[in-house]
Structure formats: structure tokens, C-alpha cells
Design a protein around this ligand. Sequence first.
Ligand SMILES: C=CC1=C(C)c2cc3[nH]c(cc4nc(cc5[nH]c(cc1n2)c(C)c5CCC(=O)O)C(CCC(=O)O)=C4C)c(C)c3C=C
Ligand SMILES: [Fe+2]
Ligand SMILES: [Fe+2]
Length: 342
Amino acid sequence: MPKAQKIGVLLVNLGTPDSTATGDVRKYLREFLMDGRVIDFPFIPRWMLVNLIIAPFRAPKSAKEYRKLWTDRGSPLLFHTEDLRDKLIPKLDPDKYLVKIAMRYQSPSIEQGLNELMAEKVRKIIVLPLFPQYASATNGSVIDRVMEIARGWQIIPEISFISNFVEHPLFLQAWEELGREMMEKGDYEHFVFSYHGLPERQIRKGSVDNYCKLGSCCNKYGAKNQFCYRAQCFQTTRLVAAKLGLPEEKVTTCFQSRLGNDPWVKPYTEDVIKELAGKGIKKVLVFSPAFVADCLETTVEVGEEYKEEFEELGGEHWDLVPSLNSNDTWIECVKDLIESRS
Ligand SMILES: C=CC1=C(C)c2cc3[nH]c(cc4nc(cc5[nH]c(cc1n2)c(C)c5CCC(=O)O)C(CCC(=O)O)=C4C)c(C)c3C=C
Ligand SMILES: [Fe+2]
Ligand SMILES: [Fe+2]
């Protein structure tokens, strides 16, 4: 009997520049923002916006931000993804699984990861985009890219895509553990759940039967809005807050990292900071559960810039819960996501 071929697993995160040099940051921004699922304009206006405005002006500013983030191991987004892979591999049956990581933009590329899996003649591929809440700009883009590459293959094995994992019990448990650890050390008056933002237009485009109105519709999560990014973020907050026993009035969901002048999903984290400070709230614990690894958007934007804004307005503690990174319960979650698709 020939030995059964393995199942290939591809863990895909967003991607990060190769270095903090402005040229590398520009190259990264260009690849990222020229993705029609990220900036969802027709090609010519997108090309002009990205190449004539965003990349030239944003690259030097972003490079400066990346310099605050960079470590001896490089970009945290990449090395936390490597650590996740390295801790996951010994937990999986080595005769059954082959695990690779990839980044949607820059390196290691999805093409490289898929080629390595195909070189081992895997019988099936499981793709896990490392974004808990589905968005066309992230999970959709990873799925799109994998299918684009597979289109060129003579033999296309079975491919399984994990769409989102907001309700996975171990994902929620990992956030509960990390939150509890922080709550044991500090006495917080309010809990902010700050998610990466998205243009409102992109939510409307994905709405089933025009259900999504970008308001209280997201207070429920069900069949009509199961792919709504905003509804999935609110659902993540509700589930994590319930596990931690946080009273509803002490919890706020909001959205950060806006780009451009179009309306993005609300409320904006900047506005929530002002509102909380205005109410005299001094001690805030912040979760950022759209990210599974610390990165520019958590460490620098939430952990440094928003902290500074809150403190300037009279706040005393703006403490960020570290991301899942290579937390043991998170590794168990990824293991279960893979094994349950095998
Ligand atoms: C968590 C999911 C993410 C969604 C949804 C998302 C949408 C989205 N992002 C931009 C623009 C930028 N994002 C940037 C960084 C960045 N974004 C995510 C994740 C999501 N983005 C991560 C994990 C990171 C950090 C990467 C790192 O290297 O640490 C950036 C680059 C940094 C900067 O210049 O500010 C941009 C630009 C858009 C336009 C968008 C949806 C349409
Ligand atoms: Fe982003
Ligand atoms: Fe919605």
C-alpha cells in the first residue's frame, strides 16, 4: 500500500514590509493597496490614488511608525506567525500534516507556500486566513489569491478555506485568558474592543438582502449578516465580554485605522477615546481582537498613539491586552480548526 499523502496547511496573515526602509514600505503599500479588494475602486482611479497619492506621501510616515515597531527579529506580525507555525507543528500528526505560513502581501508569498505544499504532492490543502472576522479585504483576498494561483495547476487538489472563526470556543477562551491576566493586575472602569476599520461601502456591498444598515442590525448575529464584518466584530465583543463577566454598560466596540476620507465603520476609536475621557473615565483596558498577532495596528496605533491621546485628555491607564501571538490556547484553536476540516 502506498503511504497516504499528507494534508497541506497554509496559515496566511496580511504581510508586512521587508524592512523599515521607506522604499520597502512603499513597495509593501503599493502591493497591498493595489489589491482591488482593499481599495475597491476601478483599476485606473485606484492606480492613481495609490501611486500618485498614498504610496509617495504615506510611505515615509509609515516607515517611521514601523521603526517604532521593529525588533531584532524583524516585524512582529511575521515572527509571531513563524512562532505560531513552530508551536503548531509538534501538536499535529507529522504523518498527516505539512504546515507552511504565507503573507498575502510581500513575503513569504502565498505562491511560495502553495508551491512548497504542491511539491510534496499533498492530497488536500487547508487554507486558514489569520483574520477572525471575515472581510473581503482580508479573508476574501486570501481566498481570491489562492484560487488565482491554483487556476494555473494541472491537478487541483481539494482546497478547504476557513472563512472566519469568531465563535470558536478556544479563540474566545484565549482572549478570556489574556484579558483575565490583565484584569488581575489592574482595576479597570471601562473595556474598549477596538477592531480594524473597513469602508462602510464594503459592508454594504456584501450585505445579503440589504440587511446591513451599519447600525443596530449588528447587535444580532445570524444568517442574514453572517458575513458582515461589523456584525462579527460586535459578536466577538459580546462573546468575550460574556466570558469575562463584563457588564454591558462598561463595554464599547469601536473601529480604528481609518484610511482616506470616505466613511468607515463607526464608532471610530478616536471618538470613543474623547467620549470616555469626557465622562471622567480614567482606567481603560483595550482588546484588539481583529488581530491574532501584535503588529503596527496594535502595538503602535493602539498601544502608543491612542494611549497618548487618552492621557492628554486626562486618562490615566490605557492598557492594551497583548494579542494571541503564540498563546497555548490559541495554538489549540488553530489545531482544532485544521483537524476539524481534515
Ligand atoms: C484585521 C484585519 C484587517 C482588515 C479588515 C484590514 C483592512 C484594511 N487595511 C487597510 C489599510 C492598511 N492596513 C495596514 C496595516 C495592517 N492592516 C491589518 C489588518 C487588516 N486590515 C494588519 C494586521 C496590519 C499591520 C501590518 C504590519 O506590518 O504590522 C496598513 C499599513 C500600515 C500603515 O501605513 O498604516 C494600511 C495602509 C485598508 C485600506 C483596509 C480595508 C479596506
Ligand atoms: Fe489594514
Ligand atoms: Fe451588517
